[in-house]
Design a protein around this ligand. Sequence first.
Ligand SMILES: Nc1ncnc2c1ncn2[C@@H]1O[C@H](COP(=O)(O)OP(=O)(O)OP(=O)(O)O)[C@@H](O)[C@H]1O
Ligand SMILES: [Mg+2]
Length: 243
Amino acid sequence: MPLLALDHARLRFGGIVALDDVSLEVAEGSIVGLIGPNGAGKTTAFNAITRLYRLDSGDILLDGRSLKRVRPSRVIRLGIARTFQNLELFPTLTVLENVLVGAHAATRLKRESEQRRVALETLADVGIVEHADRPAAGLPYGTLKRVELARALASRPRLLLLDEPAGGLNHEEVDDLVGLIHRLRKERELTVLLVEHHMRLVMQICEHVHVLDFGRTIAAGAPTDVQRDPAVIEAYLGGELAA
Ligand SMILES: Nc1ncnc2c1ncn2[C@@H]1O[C@H](COP(=O)(O)OP(=O)(O)OP(=O)(O)O)[C@@H](O)[C@H]1O
Ligand SMILES: [Mg+2]
């Protein structure tokens, strides 16, 4: 049984069909890429998985259990954590305080000292513990992306949803991110669903890739097969590869 499954998911905003009968599976322990052009429905899929948006029909299953009746605030306790395409940090809080938000959300960590320990450990794990006591506002963008990642990891998820983790990063930072995701997956036994336009990163770390266009699945499979798929090149990769 896959850890996560979208089962004929449909979601529309007025006249826009953001998810049009999308079915996809994420096997436990795998890294799956969710790609496609702007407006394809990738972030909408994340918002549906985390219950911020409600599907019009179809279902989302975690370990075979429907998330339909789960409140958004409970999703994190089921072991799902995410980062946001546009940073969603608290600028006036320190880096540590931002990450404590994630640690606090995890049920098993009741004591404040315990939450603090986990938050600091997580910051060390993603390589930014030296910034723990600095306010988030004013830190370089690449560091803020790491804070977001640390906040998600601090809830000790089984399933990590990353929405454009390489967005806005330079070459070196992207290379570091590839290594970091690989290591985190291994050490934390994570399952990762990753939205990304950065094709080199997708090809390097994803075992399986799912391609959306206008809310519809146009291809799914091994990265090298998807990369060669004429429908994917036509709808998306032509532009991405040329860029
Ligand atoms: N809250 C909303 N209200 C209305 N329309 C929305 C809402 N959220 C998303 N949409 C629309 O749904 C479609 C899918 O958007 P979504 O943000 O999921 O795309 P995306 O694949 O993440 O694109 P990008 O690569 O640009 O981030 C778009 O047409 C978008 O305008
Ligand atoms: Mg998006």
